[in-house]
Design a protein. Structure first.
Length: 323
């Protein structure tokens, strides 16, 4: 009985968070104060992605990593200070790249509209434009976020889902942010682009239970291929998360997961829950996929998590430091 009551309370809390999040956001928030902001950001991103498409994955992940720690408030962009280590220097964020691209977009926007557009909103716009540049879906980005003034390294450790997570941990972590099972499996589809360091999954190849064994949930032929690329204790080699199309945003991720070729334990875990498994199998087996539409819907929903609006926070002049 106590467990059931706790579960109900957890779901109610998630619902209330979801209801509270997103207040003050809207599409076209800067229509009067900075009407060309989206055009400016898109032009910046088009130039970047034309020469560095490999930044698409990290820039999409940056929005996700920002929203899961203190909400979508740009705290991922703040530099560490002498007295405090910031989120970007926490272990889960050390593989993020593209901060200079956010700075470039911010500088261009500042020239047109000084002190108007938040860094948090630029992160959200960049994530959308990077996805589109890799032939992925577009969606209408709600804006109106303001920037937070706090960034704490340890909060990234406790709030960001781990690639080693099981399905129970994943579902609970996402529910705490007001996000559903469907949001979890849809946004995991972002793994269709980008790369990962071997260290995020080599335990599955060499020492899964501490006995020198492999992960039985990972396809044995895929294990052979991965071992050719990643030796034990390799922390530097990069591996494509969606082999063959890691620079193209497509639904191939679900085909891989359905074949037990998801790179991370958190990918394979999607087959261990009836609802997430149904979605994976549906996207893998149907030519006419709803994935692109679903991805946009879930990105908008994630972009509302824990936002600062109105007079809360600030509009940073420089994204890496508070005013």
């Amino acid at each position: 009985m106590a467990t059931a009551k706790f579960s109900v309370l957890l779901l109610l809390l998630a619902f209330l968070i979801c209801m509270a999040d997103g207040q003050g956001l809207k599409v076209g928030f800067y229509k009067k104060t900075c009407p060309k902001v989206e055009t400016i950001v898109k032009k910046t991103m088009d130039k970047v992605m034309a020469v560095a498409p490999s930044l698409g994955g990290p820039l999409l992940r940056m929005h996700f990593h920002d929203c899961f720690v203190r909400g979508c408030d740009g705290s991922i962009l703040l530099n560490s200070t002498q007295n405090s280590q910031a989120e970007k220097d926490s272990f889960p964020n050390l593989s993020l790249r593209g901060y200079q691209i956010i700075d470039r977009a911010k500088s261009a926007v500042e020239k047109a509209c000084p002190g108007v557009v938040s860094c948090a909103d630029i992160v959200a716009l960049v994530a959308r434009d990077a996805t589109v540049a890799l032939k992925g879906p577009s969606w209408k980005v709600e804006t109106g976020r303001r920037d937070g003034r706090v960034s704490i390294s340890t909060e990234a450790l406790t709030n960001l889902p781990s690639p080693f997570s099981n399905i129970t941990t994943l579902i609970q972590g996402w529910q705490q942010k007001g996000l559903s099972r469907k949001d979890l499996v849809v946004l995991s589809g972002g793994h269709t682009i980008g790369t990962s360091h071997c260290g995020a999954f080599t335990n599955r190849l060499y020492n899964f239970t501490g006995k020198g064994d492999t992960d039985p949930s990972l396809d044995s032929n895929y294990i052979v291929n991965l071992k050719k690329k990643c030796k034990p204790n390799d922390q530097t080699t990069l591996v494509q998360m969606d082999p063959g199309s890691f620079k193209t945003f497509d639904k191939n991720y679900y085909t891989l997961v359905a074949k037990r070729r998801g790179l991370f334990q958190s990918d394979s875990a999607l087959l261990n829950d009836s609802k997430t498994r149904i979605y994976v199998k549906h996207q893998a087996e149907h030519f006419k996929s709803s994935f692109f539409k679903d991805f946009g819907v879930s990105m908008v929903k994630m972009g509302r998590v824990g936002v600062l609006t109105g007079s809360a926070g600030e509009i940073r002049k420089v994204c890496s430091r508070i005013n």
